[in-house]
Each structure stands twice: as structure tokens, then as C-alpha cells.
Design a protein around this ligand. Structure first.
Ligand code: NAP
Length: 296
């Protein structure tokens, strides 16, 4: 997500500083240069967002008035056995960022997840004011992060998103591009339904929202609805990996430490109405991402 912010923020008049707990990988830097041109800012300031004093230091030194938090513990299965680190990164670290922004009258933009929902069975798109009912530790710690931000009293924009992918790092699209190219057959679950989100589109939405921020919780994914099976079928089609026989299966065929939501479609009415943004349909964005990635 952070790398897509780097690309999109190039067109902004605001000064952005990019931080990470480690240096950017060579692969990320090469991809950034490919997608955003040789002049893209690939510099990374080291920052551990679990360290409040370190955050305060950068905020003061650089006069930071907005933080866009793309960092998190995102391993949904791993969170079940690493509750402490998930809580530290997904709940305590956002609290630190919120405190730092509260102290300078700034704004925290924080990315949250559709997995704050899911335990209660429903089949209509989730609204922002709906009670969080996570199915596992990852969703629960992300919900705690939201609650900590609200309790801090800072100006905040919490954006819950879903099924995030991009050209960078490890994500579902990158995994399926590889598997559909190398396996003759593949089974993918069709009983979990949601909406993919191209991180580039979300980054564009964030940059647009920051022109006139309004505190609140919002939902953002691409438009449309699909299962992971449908998603994979389109990944194979757009990448030309048509030799792979992709079949739908049930979630219980892939035992996992955590039950994922069966239906986590987000209702995006609020973000569209508040900020006047339009959201691309999921297959259009998927096609763009795959074209960019395969032309690298
Ligand atoms: N992926 C999804 O499908 C999905 C769906 C819904 C919502 N989201 C949310 O969207 C946001 C972005 O997700 P993503 O998939 O882009 O995540 P990601 O690829 O896992 O990136 C998270 C980043 O956080 C960094 N980080 C870890 N510990 C840190 C620390 N102590 N200080 C500073 N940075 C630290 C990680 O660095 P290292 O790589 O070095 O650990 C990594 O660069 C997250 O808030 C996530 O919860 C994701």
C-alpha cells in the first residue's frame, strides 16, 4: 500500500516523507522506478511506529501535519498465534500515531479492514456504523486500533478496505499470477465473498480526500462483488494463464487457524457522497494492475 502512495503522491503539491521499519527492498525500488519513472522518491526514513518518542521526533523535526498509516501486522493466520505482536502493531502503534497527531492538531489517516466484520452472518454490504464482529485475532486487533484512534481525540480518517493487492510485495494477485502459470490445476474457495481493492485506486482516493479531510470512518474497495474463485479466474484470464484448470471449492477444504468472513462486502456510499470520488470496477483495476506488473 505504501509504495502505491509513493507513486500517487508524486502528483501532489504536498511534501510526503516515507517511513518503514526496514529499508525498501531492491525489488520494490526497481518496480517503483519502472512504474513511476526514474525520478520517483525511493528514500525511506527508518521509523518503528511502536515507538511513540521516535514518532514525536519526526513529527516535530519535519513539521508533519498528516500521517497516512499503511503499516500493520497483516498475517491473518499468523495473528492467531502472535496475538501480542498483532495487538502491538494493529492497536498500540495506531494509538501512538493518533497521540502524535493530537499533540500537533494534525490528522491521522489509518487503513483498517473488512475483517473487523464477519462473525455475525449477513448478506448485505457492511456500513460504517455497523458493530464490529471479527472472526479472528487480526480483525479484533484492527478493531482495537480503530477504537484507540477514536479515544485519542485526534482528527482521523479511518478507511476500512478489503482484499488489497498491488504490483508490490506479497499479495493474492501476485500469488495467483505465479500459481496459475505453474500449476495445471487449482482449487479456490467460492464461499467467501467480498471485493478486491487495487491499492493504487485507494492511494488516489486518499490523496483526493486529503484535499478536504473530514473526520470519520469510511469504507473503500473497488466496485462490484466476487468470490476468491471469481477473482482467480479473472487473474488467469488477464494474464493469459488459460492452461490452468481453476475449480471452485469450499473453505473447509483448506483448513486454517481462523475462520474468515463468508461475506465482507463493504458499502461505499459514505465515502463517495462525502468526498465526491468515483470508484473503478474491480475487473477494470485488476486488468490495469496485471498489465503494469507483466510489462515491468
Ligand atoms: N492485505 C489485505 O488484503 C488488506 C485487506 C484489508 C485491509 N488491509 C490493511 O491495509 C493496510 C496495508 O496493508 P498491506 O497489505 O499493504 O500491508 P503489508 O504489505 O503487510 O505492509 C505493512 C507494512 O508495515 C510495515 N511494518 C511492520 N512493522 C512496522 C513497525 N513497527 N513500524 C513501521 N512499519 C512497520 C511492514 O514492514 P515489514 O514488511 O518490514 O514487516 C510493511 O512494510 C494495513 O493496515 C492492513 O491491515 C490489508
Amino acid at each position: 500500500m505504501g509504495n502505491e502512495m509513493r507513486i500517487v503522491s508524486q502528483g501532489s503539491n504536498d511534501k510526503y516523507i516515507f517511513t518503514d521499519v526496514v529499508d525498501a527492498s531492491e525489488e520494490s525500488i526497481a518496480m517503483l522506478r519502472k512504474l513511476a519513472g526514474p525520478n520517483v522518491d525511493v528514500s525511506t526514513v527508518k521509523l518503528d511506529i511502536t515507538d511513540l518518542e521516535a514518532i514525536r521526533k519526526i513529527v516535530k523535526a519535519e513539521g508533519v501535519s498528516v500521517i497516512v498509516n499503511c503499516a500493520a501486522y497483516t498475517n491473518v493466520d499468523g495473528a492467531e498465534t502472535n496475538q501480542d505482536i498483532a495487538e502491538l502493531l494493529n492497536a498500540k502503534a495506531p494509538q501512538n500515531l493518533a497521540i502524535a497527531m493530537k499533540e500537533v492538531g494534525g490528522t491521522l489517516v489509518h487503513i483498517s479492514t473488512d475483517y473487523v466484520f464477519g462473525k455475525e452472518p449477513y448478506n448485505t454490504p457492511c456500513r460504517e456504523d455497523q458493530k464490529g464482529t471479527p472472526t479472528g485475532v487480526y480483525g479484533l486487533t484492527k478493531l482495537h486500533g480503530e477504537q484507540n484512534i477514536l479515544a485519542s481525540g485526534c482528527n482521523y480518517i479511518i478507511i476500512r478496505t478489503a482484499w488489497l493487492y498491488s504490483e508490490f510485495g506479497k499479495n493474492f494477485v501476485r500469488t495467483m499470477l505465479n500459481l496459475t502459470a505453474t500449476r495445471p490445476e487449482l482449487k479456490v474457495v467460492f464461499d467467501q465473498v467480498g471485493t478486491p481493492t487495487y491499492a493504487f485506486d485507494l492511494a488516489e482516493a486518499i490523496v483526493a480526500i486529503l484535499k478536504k479531510p473530514q473526520t470519520g470512518i469510511y469504507h473503500y474497495s473497488n466496485e462490484g462483488v466476487c468470490s476468491w474463485y471469481d477473482f482467480t479466474k479473472m487473474i488467469a484470464e488477464y494474464s493469459g494463464h488459460t492452461a490452468c484448470n481453476i475449480q471452485p471449492c469450499h473453505s473447509d477444504e483448506f483448513p486454517s487457524p481462523v475462520k474468515r468472513p463468508a461475506f465482507s462486502v463493504l458499502d461505499k456510499t459514505k465515502i463517495k457522497q462525502t468526498f465526491g470520488i468515483t470508484i473503478p470496477y474491480w475487473t477494470v483495476s485488476l486488468s490495469k494492475c496485471i498489465t503494469k506488473y507483466t510489462n515491468k
